[in-house]
Ligand binder design. Sequence first.
Ligand code: MOS
Length: 683
Amino acid sequence: MTAIGTDLARRDGTVKVTGTATYAYEAPVERPAYAHPVQATIARGRIRDIEIEDAETLDGVLTVLTPDNAERLADTDDKELAVLQSDEVAFRGQLVGVVVAETSEVAREAAGLVRVTYDEAEHDAELATERGSYVPEQLNAGYPTESAQGDVDAAMASAETTIERTYTTAMYHNNPLEPHTTTALWDGDSLTLWDSTQGVHPLRSTIAPIFGLDEERVRVICPYVGGGFGSKGTAHANVTLATLAARAVPGRPVRLALTRQQMFSLAGYRTPTIQRMRLAADADGRLSAIAIDVVEQTSRIKEYAEQTGTPTRIMYAAENRSVTHRLVPLDVPVPSWMRAPGDCPGMFGPEVAMDELAERLGVDPIELRIRNEPSVDPDTGKPFSSRNLVACLLAGADRFDWADRDLRPGVRRSGDWLVGTGVAASTYPVHRMPASTAVIRREAGRYVVEIGAADLGTGTWTTLPQIAADALDVPVSDVEVRIGDTRYPMASVAGGSSGMTTWGSAVVEAARAFRDKFGQDPADGDEADGSVGPADEDHAMHAFGAQFVEAHVHADTGELRVPRLLGVFAAGRIINPRTARSQFIGGMTMGLSMALHEHSVLDPRTGHVVNHDLAEYHVSVNADVTDVEATWIDEHDPYVNAMGSKGIGEIGIVGTAAAVSNAVWHATGVRVRDLPITLDKVL
Ligand code: MOS
């Protein structure tokens, strides 16, 4: 009997689509008050004066907080989260106040009546390559900031063919359907937060010390999340603000929902990247060197380094290799996680460069990649736990009728449309977080699994029961899983596609402990727990994939259409094909969106993202994606975890934009190296 691999409907599907799932903003509390932020309108400087009288005297306003009167926080080390603690403004949109009122409408109206004057300072919000001198101090996700093997310059000088090009990706904002929302309730020195988060325990660990609380005094609840994509993976300033606001109106819980526009300065974003790629190859396309130098921005108040160069370390064999990251600290909002941090932007430059090399050599781009397939991880020298990039490329080629493809660009037409196809590789590491625990209890003849895990639309409600059922050797209908509450055992963040590997491993350990203790016929109340163990250190562990794209470009207007996307993935055992497919095609659609539409336009004169709503920040919609197909190959990886699974939440977005650019080149003969691919760039 195996529940893993079964196509089961989402357990949370009905409550979500019928509107009965309770989200953070809808937490069942008595007499809620409502908060609305006041944001800075300058990019850098000091608050000279804040006049709150008009706001305070508006009917229904309970209080107005500013840096002048807000409570001092116990821990202000994290400058993103230390809201209303200083009169300094470090980016446009930073929080400078909050109104708490009887209704959200009154709070919003009153926020508009708060008058702030500033002593403005010179600001700097412009990213440029020559300015990238700052070496990241924090090693995000544990990756070193640079790596080098051999001598890339020498290999470039002596190679038969070289490619040296610069590629750029834009600034992007996560736009989950549910905005960042919090309901905060103080009861004496105890705090309850209903917060739309990708991790109740990590959120608690972040917020408790800021308010000088022991973690036991804080409960975080979040059974349902309306999307996050990483923007809810770490606490942002809205959580501190809601908590401060609730403290200022004793006895009243406070609800705060960021508006869509506020999310563009307060909820993180993907930094724009500038990627200088160098490839050196012999006449057969065998690489002797691969190098990427990345420049990107961070904020002045908090460092975040997108690990854009990391996938280049592991993708292709080449004796000479180099990866560097440099940051430009600017007077801009704090960047943060967005689906496949690092790997997503970091596979754009390299995978277009590989296509450019294939073009130069007259070699099929799939064949070029196969010729450069490494036998071990070129970065660490470790064997891969499993690596099936070639199988993905070949399976996709078969499905996409790649064999009939003419290598020449600009030769296929369908009426007024130029037609091309493109391919790019995809990858994402297997991450396992160091700590998580699950408990299994016999309750009323069923098995109840409790763990503070999150389901941000990813499928956790459905897939954890499948893992538990197999580990206990019972039908999946006998298992109930409870997640999204710090009352349950500690769970790591739903980030880095690590959820199933980490929490699933804890569940398997708990099931083993349970069976060891109580056998096959347990009594009600019997209970055991288990925790995730250490990761395998002897293998390089990554998922791989191949993205195929058909692009149509109108010969006269340059209008772009992508009628077909195909992704083939090798991501270990697939726990639930339905939720997995949804993750893959969701990621691919987001990648298409990145390729053709998404672009946060930051005006360096004001430090403001001018297109800060969904009217002007365009995302792919149903009409843009006619045929998106995700499939996968059977992969059984014994090293990754007890389930044999790899993370699948992020790999779908990786490589898609490169495949689109490569297909657009094949259609038109025009290389677009700067995202997004808009019609002005192909004409
Ligand atoms: Mo994902 S960006 O690691 O939540």
